[in-house]
Design a protein around this ligand. Structure first.
Ligand code: GTP
Length: 310
């Protein structure tokens, strides 16, 4: 994926490059913040917790720096095998980055989940942690000020910043702060690249987002998507064929996703196709199939097949 960028001299002295990740309870706005920093929709967002299952990287390009943001899933107590894998993924991510952004939303009480993460962060030695009070547009100034004080007491942070990804409030300032903690170094990715995640993974995530729309209460975490094939239509350079499989855990869930006479699955297909077209900038023919992969979240073989290999 690329976007138009201004020319950058990445060989000049003083250029900085490195990795940041956001950590926080599910649903605190980590993916939205990464998208706001990168300036495009890279990670999928949803109003339900635990949407993010992969460490998708967004790349922020500045004339004097390149910041690669790793999107981590929300930390939670593992209930399924998938949950355990998420948490080990989060922990290994924390030790590999140059700076950590700890997100706590402005509009919710600081709770046991935030304290649990703050304790985990205290064990990650040597990596600076910037505390971020997210979603400030959902709280008044007094509440934001109080939240900043509460968050300050949670741990040893190099900075505490209030931001609103929805309004773009202080997003640039946050980027500057994160970049200030990066080491000097060459650009790690070609100019203009916004993510190094393979296209088929981004496409699968967009389909999953569309499939979750409207049924999150019924099947919050039971849908997985695999893109089987993605190739330009023969003789056409403006059309790409995408063959994808939606997996659910039980036949009853399959019926929900398909809907009356297939109406829901058709809507999912249309919504996903539009998102993929917007992402890739070409016309898409989307062939969407649905299968039951019984209890895939608890089965190591199925997890591997669905791309959740730890
Ligand atoms: N009003 C407002 N809503 C926000 C803001 N940032 C995120 N949200 C909303 O909060 C919800 C969760 O956002 P996500 O970015 O998916 O949260 P997340 O922390 O990545 O969630 P997980 O993937 O579950 O860990 C979505 O409905 C977002 O639209 C913000 O700055 N203001």
């Amino acid at each position: 994926m690329t976007s138009p960028q201004t020319t950058t001299d990445t060989t000049a002295g003083g250029f900085k490059s490195g990795f940041a990740c956001f950590i926080g309870r599910p649903n605190v706005g980590k993916s939205t913040l990464m998208n706001a920093l990168v300036g495009t929709k890279v990670a999928i967002t949803s109003s339900r917790p635990q949407t993010t299952r992969r460490a998708i990287r967004g790349i922020v390009h500045r004339p004097d720096a390149q910041l690669i943001v790793v999107d981590t899933p929300g930390l939670h107590k593992p209930r399924t095998l998938l949950g355990e894998r998420l948490d080990s993924l989060v922990r290994s991510t924390l030790t590999e980055v140059d700076v950590i952004g700890f997100c706590v939303p402005a509009d919710e009480k600081v709770g046991p989940g935030d304290r649990f993460i703050a304790r985990e962060l205290a064990n990650v030695r040597g990596t600076p942690v910037v505390a971020i009070v997210t979603k400030t547009d959902l709280a008044d100034r007094g509440q934001v000020a109080e939240q900043l004080l509460r968050v300050e007491r949670l741990g040893d942070f190099t900075d505490i910043v209030p931001v609103s990804a929805a309004r773009g409030f202080q997003v640039d300032l946050l980027a500057d702060l994160l970049i200030s903690h990066l080491p000097e170094g060459m650009a790690l990715y070609p100019e203009g690249d916004l993510t190094d995640e393979p296209e088929h993974v981004l496409v699968a995530e967009l389909i999953r987002e569309a499939a979750l729309e409207g049924v999150r209460d019924e099947l919050p975490h039971s849908i997985a998507v695999v893109v089987d094939e993605m190739s330009p239509r023969e003789g056409r350079d403006d059309l790409v064929d995408v063959y994808a499989h939606l997996f659910v855990e039980r036949p009853s869930q399959k019926a929900i996703v398909i809907g009356r006479k297939g109406s829901r699955l058709r809507e999912v297909g249309t919504a996903a196709r539009k998102q993929i077209e917007a992402l890739l900038g070409v016309r898409i023919y989307l062939d969407l199939r649905i299968s039951v992969a019984k209890d895939w979240q608890r089965d190591p073989k199925q997890l591997r097949r669905l791309g959740f290999d730890a």
